[in-house]
Write a protein that binds this ligand. Structure first.
Ligand code: AMP
Length: 279
C-alpha cells in the first residue's frame, strides 16, 4: 500500500494500472476511519483491481462556525486499517495541494435547498467540488458512498449524471453500533452521557420506519420521531423531514420513494441519521 500526498504522483501511478485495463474503485473519506468506512472500503476492494481511499478533511465543505479545526484526524490508524483490508493507495493531500488558488467550484441547484443543504450553506458545493476533483484525479470506475449521508449520495449521483463523469456511484448501507447508533467520526466528541442520549436518533429512525411501513402518514411518522427525540434532555432538533428521494423536495405522502432524514444536536455535536422508504 502506498500513501500519496501529491496529485500528479497519484495520477501517474494510477495511469499505469488504467493502461493495463485494470479497474479502479475509490472511497472518498475525511479519515478517522471506522467500521462504516471499512464496509465501503471492503466493497471497493472486492469489486475492483485497484482500491483507492482518499483521506482528506475537505475545508470547503465546512461552514465558518463548524468543526473544521477540531475534526478528528489519525492517518496512522487509518493506514493500518486500509493496509489490513488490502487497499492499494491512500490519497492524503494537504489542503494546499487540493486548493492552492481556488476559483472554480461545482454547484448543484435545488437539491441542496433542503435538509443538510439548507442548514449548512455551501456544504454541498464543497462536497460536489471535492468529489468531482477526486473523480478526475483518480479516473476511478466506481466510487463508494454511505447511505448515512443520503443527501450526499443523491447529489453526487446527479452531479455525475449532469456533468457526464464516467463513474458509477455505489451506495452502501448504514453501519451501526450494536445498540443502533450510526457510526460516525463525530461520535468521538460525545461524553458518556451524550452517547446515551444519542441513541434517540436511531430509536426515532427505527420507529419512523416501522410506522411508515404500516401505512402511517408522513405527519404521523415525523410527529412520533420528534416526540422520541424531544423526550431526551440533551437534544436539539436541527431538522426532521421526509423528502422525495430523487429531488430532495419535501414530501407530504409515502406514494413514492422517500428519504426520512434527521439532524440532531446532542450537546454541541450534530449527528445525522435516516431511513429510505421504497413505495
Ligand atoms: P466521512 O469520512 O464522514 O466523510 O464519510 C466518508 C464516507 O463514509 C461517506 O460516503 C459516508 O457516507 C460513509 N460513512 C460514514 N459513516 C458511515 C456509516 N455509519 N455507515 C456507512 N457509511 C458511512
Amino acid at each position: 500500500m502506498k500513501i500519496v500526498k501529491n496529485i500528479d504522483e497519484l495520477r501517474k501511478d494510477l495511469n499505469v494500472y488504467r493502461s493495463e485495463g485494470k479497474s479502479i474503485g475509490l472511497v472518498p473519506t475525511m479519515g478517522y476511519l471506522h467500521e462504516g468506512h471499512a464496509s465501503l472500503i471492503r466493497r471497493a476492494r472486492e469489486e475492483n483491481d485497484i482500491a483507492v481511499v482518499s483521506d482528506f478533511v475537505n475545508p470547503i465543505q465546512f461552514g465558518p462556525k463548524e468543526d473544521l479545526n477540531t475534526y478528528p484526524r489519525d492517518l496512522e490508524a487509518d493506514s493500518k486499517l486500509c493496509e489490513e483490508i488490502g487497499v492499494d493507495f491512500i490519497f492524503a493531500p494537504e489542503a494546499s495541494e487540493m486548493y492552492h488558488d481556488r476559483k472554480a467550484f461545482v454547484d448543484i441547484e435545488d437539491m441542496s435547498n433542503n435538509l443538510c443543504g439548507a442548514k449548512r450553506p455551501g456544504h454541498f458545493r464543497g462536497v460536489s467540488t471535492v468529489c468531482t476533483k477526486l473523480f478526475n484525479i483518480t479516473g476511478a470506475d466506481r466510487a463508494y458512498f454511505g447511505q448515512k449521508d443520503a443527501q450526499q449520495v443523491a447529489i453526487i449521483k446527479k452531479v455525475v449524471a449532469d456533468l457526464n463523469i464516467p463513474i458509477e456511484i455505489i451506495p452502501c448501507p448504514i453501519v451501526r453500533e450494536d445498540d443502533g447508533l450510526a457510526l460516525s467520526s463525530r461520535n468521538t466528541y460525545l461524553s458518556k452521557e451524550e452517547r446515551k442520549a444519542a441513541l434517540c436518533l436511531s430509536k426515532a429512525i427505527f420507529k419512523g420506519e416501522e410506522l411508515a411501513k404500516s401505512n402511517a402518514s408522513v405527519s404521523e411518522v415525523l410527529e412520533k420521531m420528534k416526540e422520541i427525540i424531544s423526550s431526551e434532555k440533551l437534544t436539539k432538533i436541527d431538522y426532521i423531514s421526509a423528502v422525495d428521494l430523487a429531488t430532495m423536495e419535501d414530501a407530504k405522502d409515502f406514494d413514492g420513494d422517500r428519504l426520512v432524514a434527521i439532524a440532531v444536536f446532542i450537546g454541541k455535536t450534530r449527528l445525522i441519521d435516516n431511513f429510505i422508504y421504497r413505495a
